[in-house]
Ligand binder design. Structure first.
Ligand code: ZN
Length: 303
């Protein structure tokens, strides 16, 4: 079925009825009926595509290259070699350290809805056969805000990578610190930064991939500490919000302020890589940094 067929106006079911119909009924007769979830409409350019096609294209709009936000599962599927992911610290769950009203219930609901215990999943996988520690933040879970568990998982992921001499790839996405955990949340900035420093001192590589949106305390700590910082096209990267900055400095900000492109121009991001090229780019970076692929051996590399 062609996509246009879905927009066919529903025919008036009572043609035999020759009486003029009231205005309301006419409107109902012209309603468009589209099965739910079948189509994706791009929020940037308005193009419509079959959802299956859109998802096969790694949730990137074929018309304007809009990179939609994706879940950690989707990210893992398109990044890691098949069946190589092994999760670390899967059981870690948030407590309610400052007794924030309703926090436990909110976490319980999100765990159910998102199928994950916290806003970040970490583990070990292979990318183009290079063994690596991977961390993925999922903005569906409380805007991937950085609470104690997110900070702890990232810290432990780096400690694991340091002990096993592995590189780390972190896909960042976050609204920033988690206000429901108050100062405990802010402490994660120092803790993660310490673990990253020890990983770096041990001579290991850390690649950040900034995805939409990377903001607040996450930008101000581990997201910005990558040896190589990659961003997906047009993602939002910032610390404070645009309006807050504008009102504070009383200056008009450029239109592309806080986009990946603006950050690249100003030296904050090293490269912008489209989702379809990420795996091969990471693989090249690992090779450049002398990591050995599974299956390679001294004297010749298997292809
Ligand atoms: Zn589009």
């Amino acid at each position: 079925m062609a996509i246009e067929d879905l927009f066919k106006v529903v025919k008036d079911r009572s043609k035999a009825d020759s009486k003029p119909r009231p205005e309301k009924q006419k409107k109902q007769a012209a309603r468009i009926e589209i099965p739910q979830g079948l189509l994706f409409k791009c929020p940037r350019c308005g193009a419509v595509a079959y959802r299956d096609d859109f998802e096969r294209n790694r949730s990137v709009c074929a018309a304007c290259n809009y990179h939609a936000r994706i879940s950690y599962r989707e990210r893992l599927d398109i990044t890691a070699d098949k069946d190589t992911f092994r999760e670390l610290d899967a059981g870690l769950c948030s407590l309610n350290p400052i007794n924030f009203p309703g926090y436990e219930q909110k976490i319980a609901e999100l765990r159910e809805k998102c199928g994950m215990n916290e806003a970040c999943v970490t583990g070990v996988c292979k990318i183009h056969r290079y063994e690596t520690v991977i961390g993925i933040m999922d903005s569906n879970f409380m805007m991937a805000s950085m609470g104690s568990v997110v900070g702890e998982k990232i810290t432990r992921a780096f400690e694991y990578a340091t002990a096993h001499k592995l590189p780390v790839v972190l896909f960042t996405a976050s609204g920033g610190a988690r206000m429901q955990e108050g100062i405990i949340s802010l402490m994660q900035m120092a803790k993660t930064s310490g673990a990253i420093a020890r990983h770096s001192e041990a001579g290991q590589l850390y690649v950040t991939v900034m995805t939409d949106p990377t903001t607040g305390g996450v930008t101000a700590s581990f997201a910005s500490l990558g040896d190589i910082i990659i961003a997906e096209p047009k993602v939002l990267i910032g610390f404070a919000g645009r309006r807050v900055i504008q009102d504070t400095i009383k200056q008009q900000l450029p239109d592309d302020f806080q986009t990946a492109e603006f950050m690249l121009k100003n030296g904050f991001v090293d490269m912008i890589v489209e989702r379809k090229s990420l795996r091969s780019t990471l693989s090249k970076i690992f090779r450049t940094h002398n990591y050995t692929r599974d299956g390679d051996y001294m004297g010749g590399a298997a292809q």
